[in-house]
Design a protein around this ligand. Structure first.
Ligand SMILES: Nc1ncnc2c1ncn2[C@@H]1O[C@H](COP(=O)(O)OP(=O)(O)O)[C@@H](O)[C@H]1O
Ligand SMILES: [Mg+2]
Length: 474
C-alpha cells in the first residue's frame, strides 16, 4: 500500500514538474527568438557606426530600439568597457556580466539570460516556481557581438524587464502543479477507498476462517463488498451454520451415548459390590442379582451394537447388499419370529398382505425395519392389544403400515420419536430394554432405500408407522 502510494505520488510530481517546465520554456522561446533577431540585425547595422565612432547615430538608434522593446541598451568596446548607455548610468564602467564574457572571451555571437536585476543571479525560467522569488525584479539580458571585418569590436546589450512574463510563468506553473496535486490526491483517495472496499471483506473472511480453524463454529462474516464477495460470504456463513449445528448434534450424541452407557454400568457396579461385600447372601437373592447384571450386560451390548449400526450408516460408504426379495415374505418371517412374544402378552398380530411387493433391496436391513416396528408395537401396547401389519402396492411404492391400539404418542413428542436416544417415557422404555435408537436406525435404513417413513398417532387410540419404499430404484 505504501509502495503504491509512493509510486503514484512520485509519478504525479514528476509529471507536474515536466509540464510546468514545458510551459515556461514555451512562453519564453518566442520572446527570445524575437529579441535575438532584432539584436543581431541591430548589431550588424550599427557595427560600421561603432567603427567610425559615430556616437550620434549609435545613440539615436539605441534609444529608438530600446524604447520600442521597452528596455534599455548599452554598448561596450572590445574590452567590455561601456561606451554608451541609454540610461547614462553605466558609461565608463566595465560591464562584468557573463553574457559579455561569453562574447568577448568565448567568441559567441549572442548570449542570453534572465537574471535578478539587483543581485545579478541568473535563473532558468522553468524553475521560477521552485525558486519562489516572485518578489525579485527580473530582467532579461541579451548581448550580441558587433563584428566588423570578422573582428569583434564591441558588444551591444539589451536589458528588458521580465517581471510580467516571469509572473505569468509562475502563475501558470502554480496552477498546473495545483491541478496535478488535486488529481493525485483524488487518485490516491480513490485507490485507497477501492483497496479498502476490496480488502475489508477478505480480511473479515480470513478472520472467520481462522476462528473456524480454532474450532469456533459460531463465527459469521458480514455480507458486503462486490457480488462475488457477497456470494463468498454467504457461502461461508451457511457452511459455518451447518458446521455449528453438526458440531452441536455431535456433542449431544456423544453426551447422550455416554449417559446411556453409564447408567447400566452404575447399576452393575452397585450389585457387584453387594455380591462382594455380602459373601453369605441368600442364594435366591444372589441369583436375582446375577440375573439383573446379565440383563444389564445385554442392554449394554444392545446399545453398543445400535451405536455401531448408526455410526456405520453415518459414514458415507455404507453399501446395500441388494438381492431380489418379497416384502410380503419379510412380513411373514417377522410375524413368525415375534408371535411368541406377542402371545405372551395376549396380543394378536394380523397380517394383511395385498401384494408380494417384489423388489431388489437389502434383505437384512429391511428385516431390521420391520422387526423394530413390530417389536415397538408389541412393547408399547398393553396386554391383549391388537397389532396389524398391512402391505399393499401404491403406484411405484410398497406401502407398509404397522398399526397398534396402544397408548399412542402425544403430539409434542411426535416430531422427536425418530431422534437418537429420544424416548417418550424414559423410565418405562428402559425397563423394557429400549435404547431410544431403534426408530432412528429404522429411519436411516428406509432413507438408504430411497423411501420415507412417518408416524400417525392419537393418544389413547394407538399409533401407525407408515413406510413407503420405491419398488424400482433409479
Ligand atoms: N408403537 C408405539 N406406540 C407408542 N409409542 C411408541 C411406539 N413406538 C415407539 N414409541 C415411542 O418412541 C420412542 C422411540 O422408539 P425407539 O426409537 O424404538 O426407542 P426404544 O428403544 O425406546 O424402543 C419409544 O421410547 C416410545 O416412547
Ligand atoms: Mg424400539
Amino acid at each position: 500500500m505504501v509502495a503504491f502510494l509512493l509510486i503514484v505520488g512520485l509519478s504525479f510530481w514528476a509529471m507536474a514538474g515536466f509540464m510546468s517546465s514545458m510551459i515556461g520554456d514555451y512562453l519564453f522561446d518566442e520572446r527570445i527568438s524575437m529579441e535575438r533577431t532584432r539584436m543581431e540585425t541591430l548589431a550588424e547595422k550599427l557595427a560600421p557606426s561603432l567603427r567610425d565612432r559615430d556616437v550620434t547615430t549609435l545613440l539615436a538608434e539605441m534609444n529608438e530600439e530600446s524604447r520600442e522593446l521597452g528596455g534599455s541598451m548599452a554598448l561596450t568596446d572590445q574590452n567590455g568597457k561601456v561606451q554608451l548607455d541609454t540610461q547614462n548610468a553605466l558609461t565608463g564602467t566595465r560591464l562584468d556580466i557573463p553574457q559579455v564574457t561569453d562574447i568577448l572571451v568565448d567568441g559567441q555571437r549572442v548570449s542570453y539570460a534572465i537574471r535578478d536585476a539587483e543581485t545579478g543571479q541568473e535563473i532558468v525560467p522553468s524553475w521560477v516556481l521552485f525558486m519562489n522569488r516572485t518578489g525579485s525584479r527580473w530582467e532579461s539580458v541579451y548581448a550580441a557581438a558587433m563584428i566588423y571585418d570578422s573582428d569583434v569590436i564591441g558588444v551591444l546589450i539589451l536589458f528588458t524587464p521580465a517581471e510580467t512574463a516571469m509572473r505569468s510563468v509562475y502563475q501558470l506553473q502554480e496552477r498546473t502543479l495545483l491541478i496535478f496535486a488535486a488529481i493525485a490526491a483524488a487518485a490516491l483517495l480513490f485507490s485507497f477507498i477501492f483497496a479498502r472496499v476490496v480488502t475489508r471483506p477478505v480480511a473479515g473472511l480470513t478472520r472467520g476462517i481462522q476462528h473456524m480453524a480454532k474450532g469456533d463454529f459460531s463465527s459469521r462474516v458480514e455480507v458486503r463488498g462486490s457480488r462475488e464477495m457477497m456470494q463468498l460470504a454467504e457461502a461461508f456463513n451457511s457452511m459455518s451454520e451447518r458446521l455449528e449445528s453438526l458440531d452441536q448434534s455431535r456433542n449431544q450424541f456423544v453426551s447422550n451415548a455416554s449417559h446411556e452407557l453409564k447408567t447400566p454400568l452404575a447399576t452393575m457396579k452397585i450389585m457387584i459390590e453387594s455380591l462382594i461385600y455380602q459373601p453369605d447372601m441368600d442364594r435366591d437373592l444372589r441369583t436375582e442379582f446375577l440375573t439383573d447384571i446379565n440383563s444389564e450386560i445385554d442392554r449394554l451390548s444392545a446399545i453398543v451394537s445400535d451405536l455401531l449400526t448408526l455410526v456405520k450408516m453415518d459414514s458415507k460408504d455404507v453399501r446395500l447388499q441388494r438381492e431380489s426379495l418379497s416384502v410380503a415374505d419379510l412380513c411373514r418371517e417377522n410375524e413368525h419370529r415375534l408371535k411368541p412374544i406377542a402371545e405372551k402378552k395376549g396380543q394378536t398380530i394380523t397380517l394383511t398382505l395385498q401384494d408380494e411387493c417384489e423388489m431388489y433391496a437389502d434383505r437384512s436391513k429391511l428385516n431390521q425395519v420391520i422387526y423394530n416396528l413390530v417389536e415397538n408395537a408389541i412393547k408399547y401396547t398393553p396386554q391383549g392389544g391388537r397389532i396389524r401389519v398391512s402391505l399393499s402396492r401404491q403406484g411405484h411404492d410398497a406401502h407398509l403400515v404397522i398399526a397398534d391400539n396402544g397408548p399412542g404418542i402425544a403430539k409434542e413428542s411426535l416430531p422427536h420419536i425418530f431422534d437418537r436416544f429420544y424416548r417418550v417415557d424414559k423410565a418405562r422404555s428402559r425397563e423394557t430394554g429400549g435404547t431410544g435408537l431403534g426408530l432412528s436406525i429404522v429411519r436411516q435404513l428406509v432413507l438408504l432405500h430411497g423411501g420415507a417413513i412417518r408416524c400417525e398417532s392419537e393418544v389413547g387410540k394407538g399409533s401407525s408407522f407408515i413406510v413407503d419404499l420405491p419398488l424400482h430404484q433409479g
